[in-house]
Design a protein around this ligand. Structure first.
Ligand code: AMP
Length: 279
């Protein structure tokens, strides 16, 4: 379905009481996306996905124009997975030329990616609320790979009384630990070989935590050292934060911690994270 009225009509036509699951994506689908579809298939009666490369969440010097758009392949994957419907909106339909209303979350969107991608989470929150208003799902599925995005959406849904349940799916990884991402195809063979150091840096900090380290600065230092050991990787941030509020941490307490990394390989920016458990 390409238009908003088509989706609204499809939604209205579902039997009363149907639990509708929604998996919003930007396409270039991989197993990470498909794991969210599988979660929705398991937890909902019907599943709708969307593919929309949202211009509002890209900065002026980011990769909007080169973002991969392998639509035929995406359609085949969704069809094989048994998705019931797909929403493929056009930019002009979703954003009237004089659109002037946006969703701005003012706490969890500020650190980490928010500090380096001004306007990014405003774009994410705005498009997700719009998609929720169009699709009217009962439950929506997001990947832990984008932990801060999950936090922003959970906060928005709570603060604005949006009647959608948010479910997080775990991060799917390649065999060498690299988090699956539509952006991995940008990597040269050399950069692809260097990329798993991002995950290794998280695992090293996790090992220090498991060995009893609770000092956030020291955990971060462990991770940074591993990342710096791969010279092709340029750290943008490597931080330990409260897993829900994303507030800075001095010590990892009973609520655990989110370890979050962003790093460049050439012009490709990759992110990853890991949650340390309680205690
Ligand atoms: P994107 O198409 O990158 O906007 O991602 C669409 C959804 O898939 C988001 O909820 C992402 O967090 C999720 N996702 C992306 N990569 C992964 C992954 N490696 N594992 C699990 N979920 C992912």
């Amino acid at each position: 379905m390409r238009t908003i009225p088509q989706v609204r009509a499809w939604r209205k036509g579902l039997p009363a009481g149907t639990r509708l699951g929604f998996v919003p994506t930007m396409g270039a689908l991989h197993e990470g996306h498909m794991s969210l579809v599988a979660l929705s298939k398991a937890q909902a009666d019907r599943t709708i996905a969307s593919i929309f490369v949202n211009p509002l969440q890209f900065g002026p010097n980011e990769d909007l124009s080169r973002y991969p758009r392998p639509l035929e392949n995406d359609l085949a994957l969704l069809e094989a997975a048994g998705v019931d419907a797909l929403f493929l909106p056009a930019v002009e339909d979703l954003y009237p030329k004089d659109a002037s209303t946006f969703v701005v979350e003012e706490q969890v969107s500020l650190p980490l990616c928010g500090a380096f991608r001004p306007g990014h989470f405003r774009g994410v929150a705005t498009v997700v609320l719009k998609l929720f208003n169009i699709v009217a799902p009962d439950v929506a599925f997001f990947g832990q790979k984008d932990a801060q995005q999950c936090a922003v959406i959970a906060r928005m849904v709570r603060d604005l009384d949006v009647p959608v349940e948010i479910v997080r799916g775990p991060t799917l990884r390649e065999a060498d630990g690299l988090a699956m991402s539509s952006r991995n195809i940008y990597l040269s063979p050399e950069d692809r070989a260097a990329a798993p150091a991002i995950h290794r840096s998280l695992v090293a900090a996790e090992a220090a935590f498991a060995a009893g380290e609770r000092d956030a600065k020291r955990l971060v230092a462990v991770g940074r050292t591993v990342l710096a050991g791969e010279p092709r990787l340029k750290e943008q941030y490597w931080e330990a934060r409260h897993p829900a509020s994303l507030a800075p941490l001095v010590t990892v307490g009973p609520e655990g911690a989110l370890l979050a990394v962003a790093a460049y390989l050439g012009t490709t920016r990759l992110i990853d994270n890991l949650v340390l458990g309680a205690g």
